[in-house]
Design a protein around this ligand. Structure first.
Ligand code: DHB
Ligand code: MG
Length: 216
């Protein structure tokens, strides 16, 4: 091979994380409150927020959709990269998680931008008009990703972003007997993305692996 690749290990992750904006006091408080409520601490990494924010700014995103709100951490992080009149619709299946996220969005600096909608991606995404969304971020049930992606190819505008978390399957991508039941679904999705016509995508190895794609 004529190209050079540096194998990224835990030290590299630590190195880049130390050079990325850390969570502010509000997001630290949100994460602590989520743990107290028994919400799993499976948010994206701060360096993923930084990349998402940069990409959203680059394309001038104003209409953003997230599938999988969890506690609202990534929705708030992404919304901070958007202009004041932007809209970020975040879809959450768990009523408990949706209620928690709504409460924290309400007291955040992006309360006017973020709307948390309770439901499944399957129910909500079909209601979005064709070519109406600048960017979508998938971070929900992994078995649902292929269907969400197919919908996204319809409702995201040309030149828009399609991003998805957990390409590295919670660190279990190469485990022969993974403990997490969603590993198979992640692998299926990882093999599905390259078959999609009109999507240029690559896995960026930060956090648990972030798919970043542009709809052509
Ligand atoms: C897990 C992590 C995630 O980022 C996610 O979206 C779902 C599950 C996990 O570690 O189990
Ligand atoms: Mg995730």
């Amino acid at each position: 091979m004529s190209h050079t690749s540096t194998s990224v290990d835990a030290a590299h992750f630590q190195y880049l994380a130390a050079r990325t904006d850390p969570d502010d006091a509000f997001l630290i408080e949100l994460k602590a409150a989520a743990i107290k409520e028994g919400i799993p601490a499976i948010q994206v990494a701060p360096e993923q927020i930084s990349l998402l924010a940069i990409l959203l700014k680059l394309i001038g995103a104003e209409q953003v959709v997230e599938v999988g709100t969890l506690a609202g951490y990534s929705a708030i992080g992404m919304a901070r990269a958007l202009p004041d009149d932007a809209r970020l619709l975040s879809i959450e299946f768990s009523p408990k998680h949706a209620a928690f996220a709504r409460a924290w969005v309400a007291k955040s600096d992006v309360a006017e931008i973020v709307e948390v909608v309770e439901g499944s991606g399957q129910d909500v995404l079909p209601s979005l008009p064709d070519n109406s969304i600048d960017a979508v971020f998938l971070d929900a049930d992994k078995a649902g990703y292929p269907a969400y992606l197919e919908e996204a190819m319809r409702f995201v505008r040309p030149g828009g972003l399609i991003m998805a978390d957990n390409a590295f399957a919670f660190g279990q991508l190469f485990d022969e007997n993974p403990s997490d039941p969603e590993v198979g679904a992640v692998k299926t999705f990882n093999d599905f993305i390259p078959t999609i016509q009109g999507l240029k995508a690559v896995i960026v190895p930060i956090g648990d692996g972030l798919w970043v794609g542009v709809k052509e």
